[in-house]
Design a protein around this ligand. Structure first.
Ligand SMILES: Cc1ncc(COP(=O)(O)O)c(C=O)c1O
Length: 442
């Protein structure tokens, strides 16, 4: 129970229907392991690792202790013109986990900042090499790259763009959404095999339209996360890599959700065997406990930009809190936990259990039109209520919450993505609660 009295007059809630929330508040005051405590004293199972962040579970002592130690040692130091030891240590640890030759870490504080940072690195890299005409970015329909103007522009979720059209970046195009709801509505672990090549349009239409020599970068989420866990067709990311290489275009993987173990490997790049030129991360890097994001770049990007007189900044970009020592200490402790408890492997094992449970417990229920599971995450897709898109999934989300399980409504999908420390009994609780809610809202 909360020992703090609060009113709800002043907080404008993010990505939340505020008026509905005020009538039916959902407020957490404590968390431990897999469970939250609400302001009215109820326990709620965290079925989504608090927006794909809390990979190691809540209230982990080693992370908390590292943060407290760091606060007592170096609380904060500006990141510009000077730095701090934790930032170098964290960058070293992150680079050592990164795929291929990605080894330069630019820190920021969120996935949105990582998206904008990576787009700016792409422009700066091309310009430094005398190819400043490469200014076109290509994203993908239904992708999410945060809420900054850059990330929003390459992002492809219509509702996130609708009100801001005039301010979106020019010279942005989008790949088609790569999901086949007819032949591949149900996916369990495997990559869907398409009979047609979903990237034909990139080579045959989008690149010729802009001319490939004008394209700076293509940015994709390896697995589409926020829109509802859509798994790429077999070979899609490899082919994207080949096309980028052929035309000198940079490939950016936004691994804000897939990074740090969600697929049972450090990154989706490892899972799919494709190395991007930049890899964006956030969320799990600190177990969600302290905001942190970043972009891991290939050394060649850094090298190309290191030009000009030595007293002049080479890349005019950064945030007051880039490489914040407390966030970096949290990241190092989190990476230690992942290693010591072999949590990425555990995500893989428990992912199979989650996938099995979702497919056996949810397929065939009323209105279920798709079910996609991969790694430790899965989405069940429902037919919308005609005329009120998103209402059925929102109602099911509310019902699950009131029955003690936090799930995520994403469009017409309900998503489960628990912490890697999840136990079989938690999976049973999540899936049975979701099944009951789907039936109730049929
Ligand atoms: C793939 C991806 N990129 C970027 C973001 C934005 O991250 P943030 O909310 O930390 O700005 C998210 C958030 O969910 C994400 O899933």
């Amino acid at each position: 129970m909360s020992n703090v009295e609060f009113t709800m007059d002043n907080q404008w809630l993010p990505f939340t229907p505020n008026r509905q929330f005020h009538k039916d508040p959902r407020v957490f005051v404590a968390a431990d392991g897999m469970f939250f405590t609400t302001h009215d004293g109820r326990r709620v199972l965290d079925g989504v690792s608090s927006l794909w962040c809390v990979a190691a579970g809540h209230n982990r002592r080693p992370i908390n202790e590292a943060i407290k130690r760091q606060l007592d040692t170096l609380d904060y130091a500006t990141a510009f013109q000077v730095s701090n030891d934790q930032a170098f240590l964290a960058a070293e640890r992150i680079a050592s986990l990164a795929p291929g030759d990605l080894d330069k870490v630019l820190f920021c504080n969120s996935g949105s900042e990582a998206a904008d940072t990576s787009l700016k690195v792409a422009l700066a890299y091309h310009r430094a090499r005398g190819e400043g005409h490469r200014t076109v970015f290509i994203g993908r329909e239904r992708s999410y790259h945060g809420v900054g103007f850059g990330g929003m522009s390459v992002g492809g979720i219509p509702a996130n763009r609708k009100a801001f059209g005039a301010a979106l970046l020019p010279r942005v195009d989008h790949l088609r959404f790569a999901h086949d709801p007819v032949n591949h509505a149900y996916v369990h672990g495997a990559e869907p095999v398409w009979s047609e090549d979903p990237l034909v349009e990139l080579e045959a239409r989008i690149l010729p339209l802009h001319d490939p020599s004008n394209v700076a970068a293509i940015i994709v989420e390896p697995v589409v996360g926020s829109a509802g866990w859509y798994i790429p067709p077999k070979g899609y990311l490899k082919r994207l890599r080949e096309i980028c290489d052929k035309h000198g275009i940079l490939l950016i993987f936004d691994e804000v959700i897939t990074g740090f173990g969600r697929l049972g490997k450090p990154f989706a790049a490892d899972y799919y065997g494709v190395v991007p030129d930049m890899l964006n991360f956030a969320k799990c890097v600190t177990n969600g406990v302290i905001p942190m994001g970043g972009v891991i770049c290939r050394g060649k990007l850094y090298d190309a930009i290191m030009q000009g007189p030595e007293h002049v900044v080479e890349f005019f970009h950064g945030y007051t809190y880039s490489g914040h020592p407390v966030a970096c200490a949290a990241a190092i402790a989190t990476l230690d936990l992942f290693r010591d408890e072999d949590l990425f492997a555990r995500a893989g094992t428990m992912g199979t259990a989650l996938g099995d449970a979702m497919h056996s417990g949810l397929k065939g229920l009323p209105n279920v039109v798709g079910l996609r599971t991969l790694g430790l995450a899965g989405a069940v897709e429902l037919a919308p209520i005609p005329g009120t898109p998103g209402k059925r999934s929102f109602d099911i989300f509310l019902e699950c919450f009131h029955q003690g399980v936090l799930v995520r409504a994403a469009g017409e999908n309900l998503v489960l993505a628990p912490s890697y420390v999840v136990e079989p009994a938690h999976i049973d609780q999540m899936v049975s609660t979701l099944a009951a809610a789907i039936k109730k809202h049929a």
